[in-house]
Structure formats: structure tokens, C-alpha cells
Design a protein around this ligand. Structure first.
Ligand code: GLA
Length: 717
């Protein structure tokens, strides 16, 4: 009876032409993008348009189209749904109609919340869209709730569904493995579904990155073409489904991976999805990336507009082989180099099971009394006395079976009953769903920071994925483990951030296994890859540059690659500069060069970290690469050029610069030159108009392999 009344209610509304009247439009807009929804005569919500901003008269002409904004499963849908619910009575369907919407305005950015409700069941689905006006970025997330008498089951819960109608679709994805992150592949989508996903739970992005670019009609270049860049702000299993139907229409369903993740939703409780963040550009991938960078700095990354610290890390140089004396000597080296901080990596803890290798001690966060005789606080003091800050590595979500933590709490570990434990890097994942484990992780961070005042930075690692996945805490709700783990992780980070809002923390996961905007709201930067070979890093950092601003991309000079120090330094200067190298192995000239490089970097880092990025020559296209950063006033720019492997007799063309003011004049000055070497740039020291530099270009590529140049451009009045 109640259901009948509800149906009649909706019908009445439809007839009255009330809030659900036909052609009601909801436009979500930034300075340059419109996303328009229209309520159809059947009460359903349709995506009518997504693209370049439309004028009001043009918008008024839009028809609803046939792309339902958030397609539910179980009714007349024949393709991948956005949402699927099994009601308390076992009915596995939803039929969603528009109920109302509201718009909030905060400092020029709007959040539009569109309420959909089921025609029969007491279920609400709210689609939220934040529009970041000047960054031209949209953020969508969904809240699902109900007032049924018993819990319902959610089996699909997308954060976003977007529809496209074009002749062709070109998908760019980013994938890899340990030490080979962010390979870029572009493919034309064919009929059917292409899924990019992760089922790894933790270290979720080890194989696939939760980000993509989608160009319509033809592949987009840096400067041309219509392209959408999207990413999911979620530090766990994700799924992007790209489905091309029989009419060559595309729907993109983005969200947490529904794989093995049926979720029980209690009555009157909210299920909130993570956010899908996207931008659209009709001027190619370059502009879309700049949109993301601006949004990341302003809204996505913790303290994205603040300066980052340069550092000396000891991992590549010492691995587990160090003691207090060795470290104190390194503080002096950090000081001499001129970096802001010394970062102590893995191996400083564990007493009953000392952490001398990766097979013991993880979980026992007391300083090893033999190697650090006076504890961590003495190190902080020692570093500070030398005039450098002190940072420290932890991997709080993990445990070695050879540890006191494991002995005390074998039930704090994710593992299947009746199955053998399965190790990866000799370790297991803690059950962060368990509030006691959350307290443990919070406390270890809090204790570390309170008992060793002055710790200025944390590197937070996560060196394995989930296997044999089972949470002892969740008992008979095992299908929630993947989602609840991430919620547990965020709950801990919330607590940490409440007490330590500004502490810089690096997000690391055995290299780039965690690189997403869900985590980055709590972290200030990330470790893109353990692979620090400078040639490899050009490709890896290039890949990340599509989505993340340079000041979030930690880039260290190491001895992994055998390129000249100058080349390695120039590559690291494109991100957040650091060193992870045995300085004792460097010559005096190398040290002198490095000291000058650190100084120069500090001068240039506002442009690199906060400026607009222009990718000029892709390493994947040619035996060379070039990119540049330009500050917002177009007064200062920095260009990086690398020659990787020229073919015999290769004559490079001039590289046309971008993003400058054509009317301004710029002094071109090659910097970061190795002592005794001559500038490689024949135009060095000359002044050119922005127009000349952009139309004619500069001969920035050198003929010899593994050579590089950093070129500063400064406006002259
Ligand atoms: C991971 C990180 C490295 C280093 C080691 C320490 O592999 O990616 O940078 O911290 O752990 O064990």
C-alpha cells in the first residue's frame, strides 16, 4: 500500500510538472566547462552535455539525450550500471527519478547536490558535483541511503557515470609494476567493455594507476583535441569501465571496484563513495594537466601551495647498514650540501627482532638500542644542531611475522583461516579495520612525534598488497574488507592530521604503489618509484605529470643509474629535489656542483612547484625530451632539455617554447652547468621576445647521449 502511495506521488508530481517537470535543467559549470543534466518527462535524470562551456541560449536547446545520469541496475538497463542494490525484501532493482537539487556556493566554487529517489522503495541517491571554477575541475561523489526496515546490499556503487557520443574514443592508461611505474599506452576503444582496475587492496596502484585520459574522435595532442582527464580519489581497489555500445556511445563508470565488495547498508545510514575528479579540455592534454595541477595545489594535496623541503635520504646509500655514528656524519653532509633535511629510512627499530633486513622487526617501533644508542631524539637533536631538520621512515600498516607485535597480536593481521599465511616482502598487512589496530597505528605516530620533538617529516611506506584477504575483525562481513580497510586508513590519517595538520608526510608504497588524490589530502608528496635511474625517471615523472603538480613528485639523485651527475641532477630538479646517494663517493667537483644545484633549485622551485607545466617533446616520441614551467605572471620560466639516445648523425630541430607572453622579452640563461663546462646553448645570454621563443624556438637539444640542460628565462623590462 505504502509503495502504491509513493508511485502515485511521483506520478502526480510528473503530471503537475512540479520539480520534476520535463526539461528542467541543472548545469554544473566552471569558467570553461559545462556539464548539463536534464530531467526527462519520465522523471529520470539525463546527462545532456559535457564539454566546452555553453551559453544560456544554447543550453536551453539541449535535449535530455539517452544517457541516464546514474544508471541503476535491475530495470531496463542493458549495460554496465552505476549502482545496484538488493533491497531488504530481495528485490534487486532501483528506478531512480529526480526529486530535487540544491546548490551551495563557496568562494566562487559551487557544489550541486541532485537528489534522486527510487519510485517505490525508500532509497535516496544524491549525486554531488563540486565545480572548481578557475581550475576547470569537477569532482563528483555519491551518497546512498535508505529507510527500509532491514539492511540492503549494495553490489555496485560508482562515484560517477559519464556519457559520450563521438565517432571514436582514444583511451590513455597508465600502468606498470614495481620500478616501472606509469607506462603510457593509448588505444582506440572498440565495442564492448574495457576495464582498468585494481584488486590489490593495499599498494593498490602497483599495476594500474587510478587515472586515465579519454580523447574523443581522434587522439589528443598536448595542444589540440578534446580530452577528459579523470582520476579516482581512493587508496584502494578501483575500477574504470569504458563501455562502447552498439550505437558507438561510450559510458565511463568510475568508482571503487565492486569486485568481492558487496556492502551491507543499514537503515538510515549513508554510504558515501570516494570522489571521481575530472577535467575537460578542448585544447589537448597539456591544458587538462595544468587544470589538474592547479586543482591539486589548491584543493587536492595537503598544503599544495607551500614550499617543500629538499633532503638527503640514506636508503640507497646505506640500506640497513648504519648506526648512530654513521648517521651523525650524514647530518654534516646534508648541511654541507645545503639541503633542508636528513631523512632516516628503514632499519632504525626493533630490539627482540632487530630490523637488520626486511625479514624481521616490522611492527616493533622502538628504536634499536644497539644501533641508535641514544634513541631517535638524540638523532633529531644531532641533526638540528648541524642545522638540518630530521625526518623518519615508518611502515605502520604492516608487520613481519618475526616481530613482537605479531607475537602479541596474531589476530591483528589480515589472513584467511584454514590457509597458510602468504608473505610478500616477508610481511603481512595489519587489519586496519579493527579500531584497536587503528589506535595502535595512531599511537605509534603520535608517540614518535611527542617523544622525539622536532621530527619534521615522515615517510609513510606500504610495501605489500593484500593476499589471502580476510579480516578477523569483520567476522561475517568479509566482503567489506577492501572498502573498510581504506576507510580505516583514512580514519587514522584524520586523527593524525587533527593533531599534526602541517607535518609534511611522504606517501610511499614500495615506489609508486599509492598515488591518488584520496591519500594526498593527508600527504604532501609521494614517492613515484624506487627506480631512480635518471633516464627511467624522465619517463616515470612524465607519466605522473599528467595528474600531479611537480611539487608533489619526490625525485632523488641516486647512483642507481650511471648517467653523469649533471644529468641525474637535472632530472631530479623537475620534481621535489632530494639526494639519496653516498656523498663520500662523489668528487670534490661533484660536491661543488651539487651544492650550487641545491641553491639554484631553491631559487627555481617556486616556478617548478607552482608554475604551469608545458610538456614540449615527449621522451616516448623521440630520443630526447623537453618540458618547461612558467610562473603565473609569465615573468620567469625554467626549461629542462634531455638528450637520451640520438641516432647517428641526428640533427635536432629547434624546440618551440610554450606558455610565454609573446610581447615580453626574456633573457635566456643556461644554469646548473657542471664546473668547467661551457653552456650548451648557443643562444645563451641573449634576450628574445616571447613570440620568437614560441614561434622559432631554441636549439636546446644537444647531440651527445645523456646530456641535459636547464635553461632559465627571465623577463627583462
Ligand atoms: C620501499 C621504499 C623505499 C625504501 C624501502 C625501505 O621499498 O619504496 O624507498 O624506503 O621500502 O625498506
Amino acid at each position: 500500500m505504502k509503495n502504491l502511495i509513493r508511485v502515485l506521488g511521483v506520478l502526480l508530481l510528473l503530471m503537475k510538472g512540479g520539480t520534476t517537470s520535463a526539461q528542467q535543467q541543472i548545469a554544473i559549470e566552471t569558467e570553461k566547462i559545462s556539464l548539463v543534466f536534464t530531467v526527462g518527462t519520465n522523471g529520470r535524470l539525463y546527462q545532456s552535455y559535457l564539454g566546452k562551456k555553453l551559453s544560456a541560449p544554447s543550453k536551453a536547446l539541449l535535449s535530455p539525450g539517452n544517457g541516464e545520469a546514474y544508471v541503476p541496475s535491475g530495470g531496463d538497463n542493458l549495460f554496465e550500471p552505476a549502482v545496484r542494490m538488493i533491497h531488504a525484501d530481495g528485490n534487486p532493482s532501483l528506478e531512480l527519478v529526480y526529486e530535487s537539487h540544491a546548490v551551495k556556493n563557496e568562494g566562487g566554487n559551487t557544489t550541486t547536490s541532485i537528489v534522486l529517489k527510487d519510485m517505490v522503495y525508500p532509497v535516496k541517491v544524491v549525486l554531488h558535483f563540486s565545480a572548481f571554477s578557475k581550475e576547470n575541475v569537477l569532482k563528483e561523489w555519491v551518497e546512498i541511503s535508505h529507510t527500509e526496515k532491514a539492511p540492503v546490499q549494495l553490489t555496485h556503487f560508482a562515484s560517477s557515470m559519464l556519457h559520450f557520443k563521438a565517432d571514436d574514443y582514444w583511451l590513455t592508461q597508465f600502468h606498470g609494476d614495481w620500478a616501472e611505474e606509469m607506462h603510457i599506452s593509448e588505444t582506440k576503444l572498440t565495442s564492448g567493455i574495457k576495464i582498468i582496475d585494481s584488486k590489490l587492496g593495499t599498494r593498490a596502484n602497483m599495476y594500474q594507476t587510478p587515472a586515465f585520459a579519454l580523447a574523443t574522435n581522434r587522439p589528443a595532442t598536448e595542444e589540440e583535441g578534446e580530452v577528459l582527464l579523470g582520476t579516482l580519489a581512493w587508496t584502494g581497489n578501483f575500477q574504470f569501465a569504458f563501455e562502447v555500445d552498439e550505437k558507438q556511445q561510450l559510458r565511463i563508470v568510475s568508482g571503487m571496484n565492486p569486485f568481492a565488495s558487496e556492502y551491507t547498508l543499514e537503515t538510515k545510514k549513508n554510504f558515501t563513495t570516494p570522489a571521481f575528479i575530472f577535467t575537460y579540455s578542448d585544447m589537448g592534454k597539456g591544458q587538462a594537466s595544468r587544470n589538474f595541477h592547479a586543482w591539486g595545489r589548491n584543493h587536492g594535496v595537503l598544503n599544495g601551495n607551500k614550499e617543500r623541503m629538499t633532503l638527503l635520504n640514506n636508503w640507497e646509500a646505506t640500506q640497513f647498514d648504519f648506526d648512530e655514528k654513521k648517521l651523525i656524519a650524514l647530518f654534516g653532509e646534508a648541511k654541507e650540501l645545503g639541503v633542508d633535511m636528513f631523512l632516516l629510512d628503514d632499519g632504525w627499530f626493533g630490539n627482540k627482532y632487530p630490523r637488520h633486513s626486511d625479514n624481521a622487526g616490522l611492527g616493533d617501533w622502538d628504536a634499536n638500542k644497539k644501533i641508535l644508542t641514544n634513541g631517535v631524539s638524540a638523532l633529531v637533536k644531532g641533526a638540528n644542531e648541524k642545522g638540518v631538520k630530521f625526518g623518519i621512515w615508518i611502515e605502520p600498516e604492516m608487520v613481519n611475522p618475526k616481530s613482537e607485535l605479531y607475537e602479541k597480536h596474531p589476530d591483528w593481521v589480515l589472513k584467511l583461516p584454514n590457509r597458510k599465511e602468504h608473505y610478500f616482502r616477508n610481511q603481512l598487512v595489519l587489519d586496519l579495520i579493527n579500531p584497536q589496530v587503528q589506535d595502535f597505528v595512531y599511537k605509534l605516530v603520535d608517540d614518535l612525534l611527542t617523544t622525539n620533538p622536532g621530527i619534521a617529516y615522515i615517510k609513510w611506506d606500504c610495501n605489500r598488497m593484500m593476499t589471502n584477504t580476510y579480516s578477523p575483525f569483520l567476522k561475517n562481513k568479509q566482503s567489506q574488507v577492501y572498502i573498510d580497510y581504506v576507510k580505516g586508513f583514512y580514519a587514522v590519517m584524520e586523527r593524525i592530521r587533527k593533531k599534526y595538520p602541517a607535518l609534511p608526510i611522504m606517501l610511499c608504497s614500495g615506489g609508486g604503489g599509492r598515488t591518488d588524490y584520496g591519500a594526498l589530502q593527508y600527504f604532501t608528496e609521494f614517492w613515484p618509484s624506487d627506480n631512480t635511474d635518471a633516464v627511467e625517471r624522465i619517463f616515470i615523472q612524465w607519466g605522473y605529470s599528467y595528474f600531479f603538480p611537480a611539487n608533489t613528485i619526490a625525485a632523488h639523485i641516486t647512483s642507481w643509474g650511471k648517467q653523469p651527475l649533471k644529468f641525474r641532477t637535472d632530472v631530479a630538479m623537475m620534481g621535489r629535489l632530494g639526494y639519496d646517494i653516498n656523498l663520500a663517493h662523489l668528487s670534490e667537483t661533484d660536491i661543488a656542483f651539487s651544492k650550487a644545484a641545491v641553491k639554484k633549485y631553491k631559487e627555481l622551485s617556486p616556478v617548478i612547484g607552482q608554475g604551469d607545466l608545458f610538456r614540449l617533446i615527449a621522451p616516448t616520441m623521440d630520443g630526447r625530451a623537453a618540458l618547461m614551467y612558467v610562473d603565473s605572471l609569465k615573468q620567469k620560466a625554467v626549461l629542462f632539455a634531455y638528450t637520451l639516445h640520438p641516432r647517428y648523425g641526428e640533427n635536432w630541430s629547434a624546440v618551440k617554447l610554450k606558455g610565454l607572453d609573446p610581447l615580453k622579452k626574456y633573457l635566456v640563461n643556461e644554469t646548473n652547468i657542471y664546473p668547467g663546462a661551457n653552456p650548451s646553448l648557443s643562444e645563451n645570454g641573449k634576450t628574445f621576445t616571447g613570440e620568437y621563443l614560441m614561434e622559432n624556438g631554441l636549439m636546446v637539444s644537444q647531440s651527445n647521449a645523456l646530456s641535459s640542460a636547464v635553461i632559465e628565462l627571465t623577463e627583462v623590462k
